[in-house]
Design a protein around this ligand. Structure first.
Ligand code: AMP
Length: 232
């Protein structure tokens, strides 16, 4: 079946907050496809650098494998060059960025200088809330397709053939940082460095909390209504 034609509206900037395993990546892919706008995942961009063995990838690899955060400077430079590409003109979804209050302040400055269809648009910030035990289950069960990026879970969303991508047939992999030790570090760094971001955006009146424990379709529906409430 062909993918539906994207909805051609001005979406503006959309930020997905939430712990690792909250479903940001899965939802970002759906929303990006619906509106024909890019999903900008700093984790994916960094993993690509690691697999290509670039200087940046060599610098980031060990930090990522341990589950720690890469420096603000590295990720902000990466995001700046990505946002300057033409496919970001109608909007984009930031998945995994910002992760610190410093990154969020930097992003505010960048967005203040950007227009979408001739208008300045503040970000729509969606915080996916998922309880700790559920996050652990999702992270330990997560399997990813290295070729097409599709995400599975051995407990809740297994592939039809074990370890094989339903869409493209590639052998699924477990992310290097989905080990017990790295998961513990990632969840701690989320609590300490990323959770304060929810307050930052709440104070700006931008935060929209969505329960990420619902069925994926119900989550997508809430995200779409948050986006479409801001009429183009
Ligand atoms: P993710 O795929 O979003 O879970 O990111 C995987 C890893 O990439 C994280 O554990 C960090 O090491 C790094 N990373 C991704 N996004 C950021 C960010 N915004 N700031 C710092 N490090 C990041």
């Amino acid at each position: 079946m062909n993918a539906p034609t994207p909805v051609e509206r001005i979406v503006g900037p959309v930020i997905f907050l939430g712990a690792p395993g909250a479903g940001k990546g899965t939802q970002a892919k759906r929303i990006a496809e619906r509106y024909g706008i890019p999903q900008i995942s700093t984790g994916d961009i960094l993993r690509e650098h690691v697999s290509r063995g670039t200087a940046l990838g060599r610098q980031a690899k060990e930090i990522m494998d341990r589950g720690e955060l890469v420096s603000d400077k590295i990720v902000c430079d990466m995001v700046e060059s990505r946002l300057s590409q033409a496919d970001c003109d109608r909007g984009f979804i930031l998945d995994g960025f910002p992760r610190t209050v410093e990154q969020a302040k930097w992003l505010d400055g960048v967005l203040a200088a950007k227009t979408f269809g001739g208008k300045h648009l503040p970000p729509i910030v969606i915080d996916f809330e998922v309880g700790y035990n559920q996050l652990l289950k999702r992270l330990t069960g997560r399997r990813t397709c290295p070729d097409c990026g599709k995400i599975f879970n051995v407990y809740s969303q297994p592939p039809r053939v074990p370890d094989t991508c339903d869409s493209c047939g590639a052998k699924l992999i477990t992310r290097k940082d989905d080990t017990d030790e790295a998961i513990a570090v990632r969840l701690k760094s989320y609590e300490q460095q990323t959770k304060p971001l929810a307050d930052y955006y709440r104070q700006q009146g931008r935060l929209r909390v969505v329960s990420g424990e619902q069925e994926a379709d119900a989550v997508t529906k809430e995200v779409i209504s948050a986006i479409e409430e801001r009429s183009a």
